[in-house]
Ligand binder design. Structure first.
Ligand code: NIG
Ligand code: FE
Length: 412
């Protein structure tokens, strides 16, 4: 038998599981299976075999990669990004350093509205080119599947433009892409909030659904943005068009975002910098996945989600990058895992499970992604030589993902 790719002498094959039935919660998150001295075989874009080197007998492959001293793990699944945007916002970064807050910048027409102005002026092709460069940047750092939101359009035409670009990234790059309509990200100055919500509900949602541009619907539930009642209204409307909600919740305040997320049966509630017992209780009676975005908490100098309390409550935890120009200008998932370990005091095993299996559940792709499992899509990362797997988050900021294979193809 000749495989397409055979990786041999793998020091540790991480996140290897014969099956992945469900989300990992509580204590189960502490276990990260690693097979020592292993091989991995890829055929037809899929993972077809793995095992200990000792059990590998005279196999042949078109390409053999010797991974001596190196680890192999499944590509990261990044379940929350705003990867499609027009331009960076480092001028606001400098304002924040000088003491102006994220909320103050937003009230002065900066923030999301700043990004919207730039995006509205940009052609769809130019927006695609810029976003494509970011897509390849995250591929290089080990991401194999990504959720991408709209929300910098804020007009019918520009929200559609963003989502078309996101869909095109899914077609024209090896990334697995799911898209989310986030029209309710901010209220443009051209409308009152009531008028804008009407536009979202009566025009945007039907237009997005008509072109099948979004898998999910999101709302920025936050003081100064959208209230829990408005979040519920918009989410329920999206559901009528087949878009399951995922909610920006509790980033800046205890906004009631988690409770409304649970109420509308959101697949995930993301951010959670400001939650306590009440929100954790609400999550315990739900299948909504709490998702931390440590890059945003880090960049905005916010407190971090109480990850340990979440796990002690027996809940699952997912970790995503929130890659966006305003609050997390990085889509590097190794860095997110490191920040989670360092700032949220969770173990490398927990953080890694959160950024692969649990984000795959949050994107509804666990059947094909998120682990080294026979039959799953061959999305894997090969590290540089490392002494242990924990070395990856330990050496935060280092680029330890050396080679990536997506859909069974080695990316150059
Ligand atoms: O997830 N919080 C809302 N949305 C983004 C940031 C948007 C922006 O500042 O451009 C976030 O952090
Ligand atoms: Fe976000």
């Amino acid at each position: 038998m000749a495989w397409d790719i055979l990786i041999t002498n793998i020091k540790g094959l991480a996140q290897v599981r014969d099956s992945t039935p469900t989300v990992l919660a509580g204590l189960a998150m502490a276990q990260l299976p690693i097979l020592d001295n292993a091989y991995l075989a890829i055929e037809g874009g899929k993972i077809v075999d793995y095992g200990e080197m000792l059990s590998l007998s005279n196999a042949t492959a078109n390409q053999v990669i010797d991974a001596k001293g190196r680890f192999v793990f499944p590509s990261f699944v990044d379940s929350h990004t705003h990867l499609v945007f027009a331009a960076s916002r480092e001028e606001e970064f400098v304002m924040k350093i000088k003491g102006v807050s994220y909320a103050e910048i937003a009230t002065k027409g900066g923030g999301i509205l700043n990004s919207a102005r730039k995006l509205q002026q940009m052609s769809e092709d130019e927006l695609y080119e810029r976003s494509l460069a970011r897509a390849f940047e995250i591929i290089k750092t080990g991401t194999g599947a990504v959720e991408i939101k709209s929300g910098y359009g804020l007009t019918v035409a520009d929200e559609l433009k963003m989502l078309r670009v996101a869909r095109r990234i899914g077609r024209e790059t090896p990334l697995k892409v799911k898209t989310t309509f986030l029209g309710a990200h901010a209220v443009p100055t051209s409308h009152t909030k009531a008028e804008y919500i009407e536009l979202v509900i009566n025009e945007m949602i039907p237009a997005v659904a008509e072109e099948k541009l979004a898998d999910y619907i999101d709302v920025f539930c936050e003081q100064g943005f959208f209230s829990p009642e408005e979040t519920e209204l918009i989410s329920e409307e999206g559901k009528k068009f087949g878009m399951r909600p995922r909610i920006h919740a509790n980033q800046l305040h205890r906004s009631g975002g988690v409770q409304v997320g649970v109420k509308v049966k959101a697949i995930s509630v993301d951010h959670l910098e400001n939650i306590g017992e009440e929100e954790i209780k609400a999550l315990q009676n739900s299948s909504t996945i709490p998702t931390a975005l440590p890059g945003a908490a880090f960049f905005l100098n916010l407190s971090y989600p109480p990850a340990r309390d979440i796990l002690n409550a027996g809940l699952p935890l997912a970790i995503a990058s929130d890659y966006n120009p305003g609050s997390s200008p990085s889509g590097n998932m190794s860095l997110m895992v490191a920040l989670a370990c360092i700032k949220m005091r969770i173990t490398p095993e927990e953080a890694f499970n959160a950024a692969t299996i649990n984000t795959a559940v949050a994107m509804e792709i666990l059947g094909t992604h998120g682990s080294i499992t026979r039959g799953k899509v061959a999305n894997v990362c090969i590290t540089k030589p490392m002494p242990t797997f924990a070395y990856l988050p330990y050496s935060f900021g280092a680029q330890l993902v050396d080679q990536v294979i997506i859909n069974g193809e080695l990316i150059n």
